[in-house]
Design a protein around this ligand. Structure first.
Ligand code: GUN
Length: 294
């Protein structure tokens, strides 16, 4: 029998912890932490992510603001908004929701964010500090995965962790974090990607398999070792006429055949997703404490 890494329940627990801390500060007369988001265009998934961030911010007593821009916004206007946020003392952290429309240079936009407010951990300064093991804002999804493994006491030391996908947002940073020299990491990490040969042979060696490949139900039972811990980062909307919404959600793992071979597995939804948002809240609180010195 496999067990569920229940991200929803754990995220509620951590949100309670954050809310209690925020209450302590606001009771002393301090302002609440403030997380802002920039959303450009009409991408459905991005709108959903930003609304959940807004909802979760309110749940923990944060101030939340969302700056929405139309699809045809110029890069210049976006950079001006970033400059404004970098200098606004009442914003502790902000994110620019990705992906951006094609005419905007994502790299230029990320580089414009002040590393002190980069709660997504995407700027070169934070990425560099993270790799060096220095204090940094760590990207939310990898941080959420590490929190999930840590809080569920999943043993990682000396384990073979195979990561599928080498994106800047998930695969590359999670491979780095899990190979670090600390009690909640110390994995031997293999990072697989689109050019990896004999993928199945490698994934079958994984004690911990982190899947962030962006392909619905890519991982099948024959790719997973008996008793592995499987972390599914994917979330896809699959058209489904039997649902009122017109779709159902699925991950990068074919759960109906994989789960029974696992020792622990993250569900989709309710696994990694809720922890990603909590990590963003934790990063914002960290930024707030740095400047407000409560
Ligand atoms: N798009 C998909 N995931 C993320 C994320 O973690 N942060 C931002 N800013 N955009 C995303």
């Amino acid at each position: 029998m496999y067990e569920i890494l229940d991200g929803k329940t754990l995220s509620n627990q951590i949100k309670d912890e954050i809310a209690n801390e925020v209450r302590r500060y606001t009771m002393q007369g301090m302002r609440a932490p403030h997380l802002a988001a920039i959303l450009v265009g009409n991408d459905g998934a991005s709108q959903t992510y930003v609304s959940s961030k807004e909802k979760s911010s309110h749940e923990v007593g944060f101030i939340s603001s969302v700056y929405k821009f139309p699809e045809n916004t110029s890069e210049e206007d976006l950079l001006k908004t970033i400059d404004f946020m970098n200098n606004d003392e009442e914003i502790d952290g902000f994110i620019v929701q990705l992906p951006l429309p094609k005419h905007i240079d994502e790299r230029k936009v990320i580089h414009a964010i002040s590393p002190e407010k980069d709660v997504d951990g995407f700027t070169p300064i934070n990425v560099g500090k993270m790799v060096l093991g220095e204090d940094a804002f760590v990207p939310a999804t990898p941080m959420g995965i590490c929190t999930l493994l840590e809080r569920y006491n999943i043993e990682t030391e000396g384990k073979h962790c195979v990561v599928l996908g080498r994106s800047n947002i998930v695969g590359t940073p999670v491979a780095n974090l899990l190979s670090r020299n600390n009690k909640h990491a110390n994995c031997t990490v293999t990072l697989c990607h689109s050019r990896t040969k004999n993928l199945k042979e490698i994934t079958r060696q994984a004690d911990i398999l982190v899947v962030a490949i962006g392909k619905p139900e890519f991982v099948t039972a024959d790719m997973v070792k008996e008793g592995a811990v499987v972390v599914d980062v994917g979330i896809h909307r699959i058209p489904d006429e039997t649902k009122k919404s017109g779709f159902h959600l699925t991950g990068d793992v074919k759960h109906d055949e994989v789960d029974r071979h696992c020792s622990w597995v993250t569900p989709v939804p309710g696994g990694v997703g809720p922890l990603t948002i909590v990590s963003l809240l934790q990063n914002t609180l960290k930024s707030y404490k740095k400047t407000m010195k409560p």
